[in-house]
Design a protein around this ligand. Structure first.
Ligand code: IPE
Ligand code: IPE
Ligand code: MG
Length: 241
C-alpha cells in the first residue's frame, strides 16, 4: 500500500480548457490547442524532474471526434508536429512513449509518426509518457469483454480464471499500474470517459486553471497536495488501527 508522503508513481491528466483560454483572448480555439502543446512540454519536463514513473495525458477522446472537422484536423496536425519535433528530446531524456486508444481511427500520417516514436523510444528506461488518443474508457472495457468472450468461446480461457487482474490485462493499460493521482484542469468536475476501471482508488485533484495556464509549479502543488492525503483503499490508516 502506498503510504502518504510518497511521490505518485503514475499521474494521469485530463488536459482541459484550451478552447476557453483562446476564447478569452478573442482567438480561434486552435490557438488554445497550440498553447496547450507548450504546457505538455513543460509538464513532461517537470514529470522527469520529479522522478514520476508514468505520465498519462488525455489528448483526444473518442467523443472529441464529434467536434468540427477543422478543429479535429488542427489537433491531429499539432499532435503529429509534436511527435516529430520532440523525438530527439524524448530520446535524450530517455522517455518511453506509448499510446492508448483507437489508433486505427487516427489519420495515417499521425499513426506513422506514433509508430516511429514508439519504436525509437521503446528501450528507454526513463519516464513512460502514455498519450491517450482517440481514447474512450467504456469502449476499452467493452472491447476487453469481447476479447475475453472470444477466448472463452475458443476454449483458451476458463471462466473461473477471470479475475480483476486478468481483466486488467485486456485493457489498453495492461502493462501499467493504476494512476495514483488524476489531475483535471479548467474547473470541470467530471471524468469524461477517462480510465474508468483504472481510477477506482486514484486520488482526484481538480484545478480551475486552464490547461495553457498550467505551470510546473501547479504540478508541484498537485503533487504536494497528494502527499498530504491518506490513502486507505477501504482499510484503516496506520493511526486508526
Ligand atoms: C482540451 O481543451 C483539449 C481537448 C479536448 C482536445 P478543450 O478543447 O476541451 O477546451 P475547452 O474545454 O473547450 O475550453
Ligand atoms: C476531455 O475533455 C477530453 C480531453 C481533455 C482530451 P472534453 O472537453 O472533451 O470533456 P467534456 O466535453 O467537457 O466532458
Ligand atoms: Mg474541454
Amino acid at each position: 500500500m502506498l503510504k502518504s508522503s510518497q511521490n505518485p508513481r503514475h499521474i494521469a491528466i485530463i488536459m482541459d480548457g484550451n478552447g476557453r483560454w483562446a476564447r478569452k483572448r478573442g482567438l480561434p480555439r486552435t490557438e488554445g490547442h497550440k498553447e496547450g502543446i507548450k504546457t505538455v512540454e513543460r509538464i513532461i519536463e517537470a514529470g522527469i524532474e520529479q522522478g514520476i514513473e508514468i505520465l498519462t495525458l488525455y489528448a483526444f477522446s473518442l467523443e472529441n471526434w464529434k467536434r468540427p472537422s477543422t478543429e479535429v484536423r488542427a489537433l491531429m496536425q499539432l499532435l503529429r508536429e509534436f511527435l516529430i519535433e520532440k523525438r530527439e528530446f524524448l530520446k535524450k531524456e530517455r522517455v518511453k512513449l506509448i499510446s492508448i486508444g483507437e489508433r486505427k481511427r487516427l489519420p495515417m500520417s499521425l499513426q506513422r509518426e506514433l509508430e516511429k516514436t514508439e519504436e525509437l523510444t521503446k528501450d528507454n528506461k526513463g519516464l513512460i509518457l502514455n498519450i491517450a488518443l482517440s481514447y474512450g474508457s467504456r469502449r476499452e472495457i467493452v472491447n476487453a469483454v469481447k476479447k475475453i468472450a472470444q477466448e472463452v468461446k475458443e476454449g483458451r480461457l476458463n471462466i473461473e480464471r477471470i479475475s480483476e487482474r486478468t481483466f486488467s490485462h485486456y485493457l489498453y493499460t495492461k502493462t501499467l499500474p493504476d494512476p495514483d493521482l488524476l489531475i483535471r484542469t479548467s474547473g470541470e468536475l467530471r471524468i469524461s470517459n477517462f480510465l474508468l476501471y483504472q481510477i477506482s482508488y486514484t486520488e482526484l485533484y481538480f484545478t480551475p486553471k486552464l490547461w495553457p495556464d498550467f505551470q510546473k509549479e501547479d504540478l508541484l502543488e498537485a503533487i504536494a497536495n497528494f502527499k498530504k492525503r491518506k490513502r486507505r483503499f477501504g482499510g484503516l490508516s496506520e493511526e486508526d488501527s
